[in-house]
Write a protein that binds this ligand. Structure first.
Ligand SMILES: Nc1ncnc2c1ncn2[C@@H]1O[C@H](COP(=O)(O)OP(=O)(O)O)[C@@H](O)[C@H]1O
Ligand SMILES: [Mg+2]
Length: 351
């Protein structure tokens, strides 16, 4: 019996997938994260035909964003936290699953996928079907804030409330959890992408300078902030196209200017957190005084975000360890507790 158990374990492969608006990560149970690529697919312009070959998805496709030749476009099928195109999403998910399955080709994995909490029942069905078609033996869905909470090590199954704020590319998901359930949850379509866009608009307005999304993202990561930080804040040289002359040019932008540019999206995120807190039952709110707020997702890395959230709520705020991989790690931990925690699954399958 024991031998059979061991054999079964050897031949079974469990995958946890964070299907994010910006990045897709795959974790193998017992091994950690084995794949981390942009959620980007290259298609023939005006169609949903995915390009053939290994260059159509992930890193290769991301490099094409904003630089594609006329007949090709690179798209992010989950950009706003909703699935813009089922077929493209399926192609992407299938590509990632097969890439990981590669060396274990004989095994049909069990798969836990975390999905943005705003997606509809039809979209959830489509994700499940896509994973099944890509070779999953069983597919389970959990909501992203749940996976983030597990990955961040919050006491999500205990009788105490904790709050997670997951700031991704397309959406920010705010949830208060207790007893392995989401008590209150809000999802807004304001996150990292909107910060990039705010930078683009600021540079246009103030400097007549046009920059692309990738440049804006780089500026945000290099010197972006939500609150003033101690010491020298510095500035950055930005290259783009002058809107009046149409010619390439550069400008030097300070960290304070970028902070001003980011104010609007950051205020929306703060408002969402405050709104969610206002909806919490008093007992849950009381727990949060102890447990505070935990930030996850790439947006959590923006400097000064804990400071402004603390100012707005009075609660202690911490950033989860390695916030970009938090959700994927959470899905892998979830797999280890599948029996125990199955109530939280989005697609109620009888296990
Ligand atoms: N150091 C950083 N500072 C601010 N934003 C960051 C940083 N690193 C990544 N991001 C942003 O995080 C977002 C991606 O986060 P992620 O959690 O992977 O999103 P999703 O779950 O939607 O795929 C992007 O908008 C990216 O620009
Ligand atoms: Mg995410």
């Amino acid at each position: 019996m024991e031998l059979l158990d061991r054999l079964l374990k050897y031949f079974s492969l469990d995958l946890g997938i964070d299907l994010g608006t910006c990045n897709t990560l795959v974790a193998v149970r017992g091994q950690g994260i084995v794949l981390n690529e942009p959620s980007v697919v290259a298609v023939r312009k005006g169609t949903n035909q995915v390009l053939k070959g290994g260059q159509a998805v992930g890193w290769y496709a991301k490099e094409m964003l904003g630089k594609t030749p006329g007949s090709i476009t690179a798209i992010r099928p989950l950009k706003d936290g909703v699935i813009s195109d089922f077929e493209i999403t399926e192609a992407m998910l299938g590509y990632f699953i097969n890439k990981v399955r590669g060396k274990y080709n004989f095994v049909r994995p069990r798969v836990v996928i975390s999905v943005p909490s705003g997606i509809t029942a039809v979209e959830k069905r489509a994700v499940t079907d896509s994973a099944d078609r890509a070779g999953a033996s069983r597919t389970y869905l959990i909501e992203e804030p749940m996976a983030a909470a597990i990955g961040a090590g919050l006491p999500f199954a205990e009788a105490t409330a904790s709050m997670i704020v997951d700031i991704g590319g397309g959406t920010t998901e705010v949830a208060i959890m207790s007893l392995a359930d989401i008590a209150v949850c809000e999802s807004v379509r304001v996150a990292g992408d909107d910060m990039d866009e705010a930078i683009i608009n600021y540079l246009k307005r103030t400097y007549n300078l046009m920059v692309g999304e990738q440049t804006a993202e780089r500026i945000k990561i290099e010197i972006g902030s939500a609150a003033e930080t101690e010491g020298e804040e510095g500035s950055i040289d930005v290259r783009g196209r002058d809107m009046i002359s149409g010619l390439p040019r550069k400008a030097t932008i300070s960290a304070a200017e970028i902070r001003e540019a980011l104010q609007e999206p950051i205020n929306s995120i703060i408002d969402t957190v405050v709104r969610t807190l206002e909806r919490a039952e008093p007992e849950l709110a009381a727990d949060l005084v102890e447990n505070g707020i935990t930030l996850a997702g790439g947006g959590a890395l923006l400097r000064g975000l804990p400071t402004v959230l603390y100012k707005a709520t009075g609660l202690s705020v911490r950033v989860a360890e390695d916030p970009l991989t938090c959700v994927a790690r959470g899905t892998a931990i979830f797999l280890e507790h599948l029996e125990e925690w199955k109530e939280v699954l989005e697609n109620d399958l009888d296990l």
